[in-house]
Design a protein around this ligand. Structure first.
Ligand SMILES: Cc1cc2nc3c(=O)[nH]c(=O)nc-3n(C[C@H](O)[C@H](O)[C@H](O)COP(=O)(O)OP(=O)(O)OC[C@H]3O[C@@H](n4cnc5c(N)ncnc54)[C@H](O)[C@@H]3O)c2cc1C
Length: 454
């Protein structure tokens, strides 16, 4: 039995941050991670040529101060996302090249509709209190309807509707009918509004750390040293009057308190003794994650830049639904990131590997020309096939869940405290939110300690 002050479950950014801050405060910690690697929903692969690919979370944006603080702490610099050239929208098979956020060339009516909906969503977001979205004046009304319902009633132009459905529902990696409007507004508000969530420059995909996310989580892990225990999926957390006993595969940890940072979608796989209060247990059952496949297609060089394209494109219904330039700071090799989400990701996952690759490369050739069909490397990461993520990018709330169970997101259950990006009121769903949640949970357990001593 390992005896420590605190036990952290999960080695993504939330868990690593919680454990690091506790260790820095002089406490003993054990971090149990189910996988044989750290990073969770971030996963940086270093290629033989020294370039790196983020197979999960990758981008950072303004307002994400906590990840910036970690980068400063570990000396990690950032570089700006490539946004030169034109972006592309494909609507009904027709390609529209444009600059800025709204594709005005599509059709003035559709573009005006898009602009108006952005404004309306931004306005609605402002009335959602981040610490308690269920307390918004219109919370009950907004939580009764899905995003699909709202889009149907408010977006009259079909191309604008299809684009918004792809873009917004894509953030939740699900069909728009699966996600509560209140949850969408809350999550958008937590990042600063729809322009932040859906934008690139000066928004959620503004920059990247040099070296990828691994350049941050690796030195965090080094500082934690032997506090980290890999390949220890936690099956059971038992709490009693004096502490918790946490069981991994071949490790038992005794601690005063536990911080659980695993995604809501898989938190119910742990057996809690005594059972968790009903609202927390039901939260685990009711906040699923959606499907996302992130494909990194590697070329000798980013040929699309020479063709006047930024690499950013969206094509509702296509197997390569969204693309973005994902080169490192040196711009070599050329990496095009393809993101497929929700129902299309689930359809593609049913194909065999060769058929899926063919479908994606064919779609890229149509959009970027024949060079797109001859990559030097092709890496797929299907997050729904990851046992310890249960999908990606974040767990979402279907209708009715946030107003009924949202209060349980952060409420400790006895000696068990909760972290993970979904529990963060600010930047919920982003890596920055995960870091904030880890810092909050670390303060929480320390406050309890002080209260007992005091
Ligand atoms: C494809 C993709 C793209 C994304 N893009 C971005 C982006 O560009 N920018 C951004 O900010 N965010 C992005 N995100 C979201 C971001 O990656 C997450 O918000 C963040 O990594 C979540 O961190 P976390 O620590 O809360 O959870 P996780 O990273 O999921 O960490 C939880 C950890 O718990 C472990 N675990 C699970 N079950 C157990 C168990 N029983 N016992 C022990 N350990 C367990 C898991 O293995 C995992 O390591 C993306 C996510 C995906 C999937």
């Amino acid at each position: 039995m390992t005896d420590v002050d605190f036990c952290v479950i999960g080695g993504g950014f939330a868990g690593l941050t919680a454990a690091l801050r506790l260790k820095q405060m002089g406490r003993s910690v054990a971090l149990l991670e189910a996988r044989d690697r750290l990073g969770g929903r971030t996963f940086t692969q270093v290629r033989d040529d020294g370039s790196w690919i983020d197979r999960g979370g990758a981008w950072i944006g303004p307002g994400q101060d906590r990840i910036r603080a970690l980068m400063t702490e570990f000396g990690v610099a950032s570089y700006k996302q490539y946004t030169g050239g034109e972006a592309m929208m494909v609507v009904d098979g027709k390609q529209h090249r444009y600059t800025g956020t709204i594709p005005w060339t599509m059709s003035p009516w559709a573009a005006m509709n898009l602009g108006a909906v952005f404004l309306e969503l931004g306005h609605m977001c402002k009335s959602v209190p981040l610490e308690a979205p269920w307390a918004a004046k219109k919370a009950d009304k907004w939580d009764q309807v899905s995003l699909a319902h709202w889009l149907e009633a408010n977006v009259l132009s079909k191309p604008a509707h299809d684009l918004l459905e792809t873009a917004i529902a894509g953030c939740y990696t699900s069909a728009a009918s699966e996600v509560s409007l209140l949850f969408v507004l809350y999550q958008m508000a937590s990042g600063g509004g729809p322009s932040f969530v859906l934008g690139v420059k000066d928004a959620a995909q503004d920059a990247r750390p040099i070296g990828g996310m691994g350049a941050i989580y690796r030195p965090m892990a080094a500082e934690l040293g032997d506090a980290i225990h890999l390949s220890q999926p936690v099956r059971c957390i038992h709490q009693d009057d004096s502490g918790v006993t946490v069981r991994g595969t071949d490790l038992r940890v005794r601690a005063r308190r536990a911080i659980v940072t695993v995604p809501l979608a898989v938190a119910g796989q742990i057996s809690y003794k005594p059972m968790l209060p009903a609202d927390r247990m039901f939260l685990h059952q009711r906040m699923p994650s959606g499907a996302i496949i992130k494909v990194s297609v590697v070329y000798d060089e980013p040929f699309w830049r020479a063709d006047g394209l930024s690499g950013q494109s969206a094509a509702p219904g296509s197997p390569a639904t969204i693309t973005i330039d994902a080169c490192t700071d040196t711009g070599r090799p050329g990496v095009l990131c393809v993101i497929v989400e929700g129902p299309i990701a689930r359809q593609l996952a049913r194909l065999d590997e060769t058929e899926r690759r063919r479908a994606i490369l064919d779609a890229l050739v149509e959009r970027f020309g024949r060079k797109a069909g001859a990559p030097v490397d092709y890496l797929e990461q299907d997050w729904s096939a990851e046992r310890y993520s249960g999908g990606g990018m974040l767990s979402h709330a279907p209708t009715g869940v946030l107003t009924q169970f949202g209060h349980a997101l952060r409420e400790p259950c006895g000696r068990i405290h909760w972290a993970g990006t979904e529990s963060s009121a600010v930047m919920c769903g982003w890596i920055d939110g995960a870091i904030r949640s880890g810092e909050r949970a670390a303060s929480e357990v320390l406050e309890h300690e002080t209260a007992v001593v005091g």
